[in-house]
Every structure is written in C-alpha cells, then in structure tokens.
Design a protein around this ligand. Structure first.
Ligand code: ADP
Ligand code: MG
Length: 302
C-alpha cells in the first residue's frame, strides 16, 4: 500500500485507517486472531475517544500501541479488556466477545493509576493474578502457589515476596505487576505503559520476558508513548490518534511520514533524528489538522 500524505488524518470524517499497512499486516494473516475490532467507536460520556477502529491482532503478536497522549491508547486496551463497552461495533477477544474470556486475559493498568500505599505484599500482588481462577470461595491451592512462585522467580522478585508493595522501587513495582500478569497464566497480556518511567535495565528485562511469552504463543499488547522503545522492543505496532493511523512492523515508527501522521505538527526533525516536540498534543487541537513538518526545522535545535 502506498503512503498518501494526508493533512487531516486526525479529523473526523476521513477514511478509516492505515494506508501504511492494513491491520492484517501485523503478521500471521489467516491464522487465529487474539483480538479483532470491527468498526468500533468508543468514548466517555458524549465524547468520542476512538473512531472507526478496525484491527486484527494475531495470536503470538508482540505489538505496541503507540500514539500521542490522549490519542486513545489506554481506551483501546480497556476495550480489549472488556472494561469499556464500545458505542458501536464489536470487540472479539480470543474468539469471544470482550470480557467473556477474562480468565485468559491479564490486564495491567498504568502504574500511575495504582494506589501503591495499599497494604499488600509482593506475594499477594502476584496471587491476585490467580483470583479469576479461584472464584469467590476457593482458597489458593498448591497449583496457585506454584504459579505465583514461578512468576516471582521470572521477574526476579523471589527475595522480595514479603515486602510491602509500597516499599519497592518503581521498577520493582512494575515487575511485581508483571508477576501478577504471569501468575494468571493468561493467553493475552494487555499492559498499559509497562516500561514507561522505568530504568533501561528494567525495561530490557521486562521486554525480554514479554518476548519470551510471545515466542510461546501468548499474545502481548502493550501501550507506549516511547517510540524508540516501540521500535526496539516490539515486533509490530499500531499507531492510534483517535483512529488507527498506521499499523505494521515495528520499524514503521522510524518512518517520518507515519510519525507526522501520528503526531501532527508536534514533530521535530534534527538531521536524521526525529523527536516528538510536544507529547501533550491532543486530537481536539486545531493545530492537529495541519502538518508542520518543515524541512527548515532540521537542525533547528529548539
Ligand atoms: P492515551 O492512553 O493515548 O493517553 P486515553 O485512552 O487515556 O489516551 O484517552 C483518550 C481520550 O479519552 C482523551 O481525550 C481522554 O481525555 C479521554 N478519556 C480517557 N479516560 C477517560 C475517562 N475515564 N473519562 C472521560 N474521558 C476520558
Ligand atoms: Mg494512556
């Protein structure tokens, strides 16, 4: 498919998506799908957040949802998790309507939304991953303990099992939540900004674990606004800014045309390097409907 320069991809009423690789380009065409959105609109109150979403994520994918702040990344994850109902269209997850297969789905919210003062230790955080299997009455059994132990071992927190979650560093907290997801032994991981704000070694460790999960046939969908991290650590991307702006292999995010479409005028060229000037860009901004992608900003510095 060809890249059609389009000055107003953020605006309503334009063609649905992805000139740069259709949703099916996330690999494994014809294979089983972990996630399928068909013609979905969603929002909050009377405000639309996502529009005309058609998306297929194959089983075994390691996909980054990228896009500016407010672009709808978290909303997309919540739709897939079944936490938010679409206004229109259908969301299928692991072959069933979203929310139905919740035992097979591990959702981890953005760290900023977690109350870290909640008095719970690392072991119990990981055990929470087993709750969907336990139900309200069953006590954790041997199998649950083994799953928690294995998960803590994998994220390198075995020796912190009895520490209160609030006593951990930011990176350790993130790993504790990853352990919760892994203890669930889910088939689909939905991770909201799992590597945002953590140090590079922790990023590497987390992404190594997720890549290993994908290699085992699990599906991993994670949001990030860190484009460099997306290109480096994920195998495919979906770029959203109210709509799906592009999707395809992860190196798409190094494509200037795609970046311009995702970030509108908030992109800076510095020689051959690209940076996002203003991550608070919002799709309601009038400026978002114009491209300011000047040759003359090369080397401009500020
Ligand atoms: P991102 O994760 O890409 O930063 P979000 O999915 O959080 O974007 O937000 C998409 C849009 O939906 C934004 O305009 C945001 O203000 C709005 N939004 C997100 N969550 C809520 C909510 N709980 N109530 C009302 N509006 C929301
Ligand atoms: Mg978000």
């Amino acid at each position: 498919m060809t890249a059609t320069p389009h000055p107003s991809l953020g605006a309503p009423g334009q063609g649905a998506a992805a000139d740069l690789g259709a949703a099916a380009d996330l690999g494994a065409a014809g294979g089983p799908m972990a996630v399928r959105l068909i013609d979905v609109d969603a929002g909050y109150g009377d405000r639309i957040a996502l529009q005309d979403m058609d998306l297929e994520i194959p089983v075994g994918a390691l996909v980054a949802i990228v896009g500016p702040n407010g672009g709808g990344k978290s909303t997309l994850l919540k739709l897939i998790a079944g936490l938010l109902r679409p206004w229109r269209g259908t969301v299928e997850v692991l072959g069933a309507p979203a929310g139905r297969e919740s035992r097979r789905v591990a959702y981890v919210p953005q760290a900023e939304l977690v109350d870290w003062s909640f008095p719970v230790n690392v072991w119990n955080v990981a055990m929470m991953g087993r709750y969907p299997r336990l139900g309200p009455l069953r006590q954790p059994g041997k199998r649950d303990h083994e799953a928690v132990e294995a998960a803590l071992e994998r994220v390198g927190l075995s020796d912190r099992a009895h520490s209160p979650i609030g006593a951990l560093s930011g990176g350790q907290r993130r790993r504790a939540f990853l352990a919760r997801a892994m203890a669930a032994e889910a088939d689909l991981y939905l991770l909201d900004e799992p590597v945002t704000g953590v140090d590079v070694p922790t990023q590497e460790a987390i992404m190594e674990l997720l890549a290993a999960e994908a290699d085992e046939g699990k599906s991993v969908v994670a949001t990030t606004h860190d484009l460099a991290a997306a290109a480096r650590h994920f195998r495919s991307i979906v770029a959203v800014n109210r709509r799906i702006v592009a999707s395809g292999s992860a190196d798409l995010v190094t494509n200037a045309e795609v970046l311009a479409r995702v970030y509108g005028g908030h992109l800076l060229m510095l020689g051959d390097r690209m940076g996002v000037l203003d991550d608070s860009h919002h799709h309601d901004d009038a400026s978002g409907s114009e491209r300011h992608f000047h040759e003359d900003s090369r080397g401009g510095g500020s």
